[in-house]
Design a protein. Structure first.
Length: 272
């Protein structure tokens, strides 16, 4: 895999709203890059930092699976279904917008910033009943392994997603490593939230993304979406994603540094 195929952190879109500092892995809001409009059913990865006491006022969503993953601080959530909670590191929040849901998100602290990832995945079908799920995954569940956190059938205690996709989270340090095998016509995207990792021999730094499509004689190319607000017109992505052998093993381990190895957090998304 050539390094130019990676989505480097420094190449992401940037938004500075004063109270909000955001980095966009894919096209979002006022940031548009025709080469970065999603990968398979993965539409958005926003890396957000919100100032103390600030946040997103009540706003609507529909027909989208929205994952919030807090890295530092606390995020307060309220929605039109009557849910209200504070999400902290280790908590996984999944909101299925379906026929329509409105919510607000605020930094729950008057003194400390909150840093979180928000990830949007296009659902397999429109018009599902809106839903909300939240679960805590302790560090020991992710230490040196890829913990399944989202899946279409809620397997192994994961949250249930309205898409043939699986999302994993892992914490790696020192000599820790993990291997995940895929079969069939699958695509994968690795996002490194912090630290440094080696993925199939390729070094990733915090904020980097690594897409890939599995090679197969009948495999379709990953789909992109032309619109953020109404992702209904799918199109094929350019032939620029590397293709790994069918039933490839994805190997993840901490990258060597001149000093100590960083404690690294990786999120891996697997799609049909």
């Amino acid at each position: 895999m050539n390094t130019h195929e990676l989505r480097r952190s420094s190449e992401r879109g940037q938004a500075d709203h004063g109270w909000l500092q955001s980095r966009h892995s894919f096209s979002f809001a006022d940031y548009h890059d025709p080469e970065q409009v999603g990968f398979s059913d993965l539409l958005v990865i926003n890396d957000d930092r919100v100032a103390p006491g600030q946040g997103f006022g009540r706003h609507p969503h529909r027909d989208m699976e929205i994952l919030s993953y807090v890295l530092d601080g606390a995020l307060q959530h309220q929605d039109s279904l009557g849910n209200g909670s504070v999400i902290r590191p280790g908590d996984i929040q999944l909101m299925s917008a379906g026929t329509g849901i409105a919510h607000s998100e605020y930094n729950a602290s008057p003194r400390e910033p909150v840093h979180f990832l928000q990830i949007w995945i296009v659902p397999a079908e429109k018009g599902v009943t809106p839903g909300y799920q939240q679960q805590h995954f302790a560090d020991e569940d992710k230490r040196g392994r890829l913990q399944l956190i989202l899946s279409p059938d809620g397997e192994r205690g994961s949250l249930r997603l309205h898409q043939d996709a699986r999302v994993y989270a892992g914490l790696f340090d020192g000599a820790e490593r993990a291997t995940l095998e895929f079969g069939g016509q699958r695509h994968a995207y690795v996002h490194l939230a912090r630290g440094a990792l080696s993925v199939n021999g390729q070094r990733l730094e915090a904020g980097d993304g690594m897409p890939s499509a599995w090679s197969s004689p009948t495999a379709s190319r990953p789909r992109c979406w032309s619109s953020i607000c109404a992702p209904t017109n799918g199109r094929e992505c350019p032939e620029r994603y590397p293709r790994w052998p069918l039933r490839a093993a994805l190997g993840i381990r901490p990258a060597k540094t001149r000093t100590a190895t960083h404690r690294s957090l990786a999120l891996l998304k697997e799609f049909s």
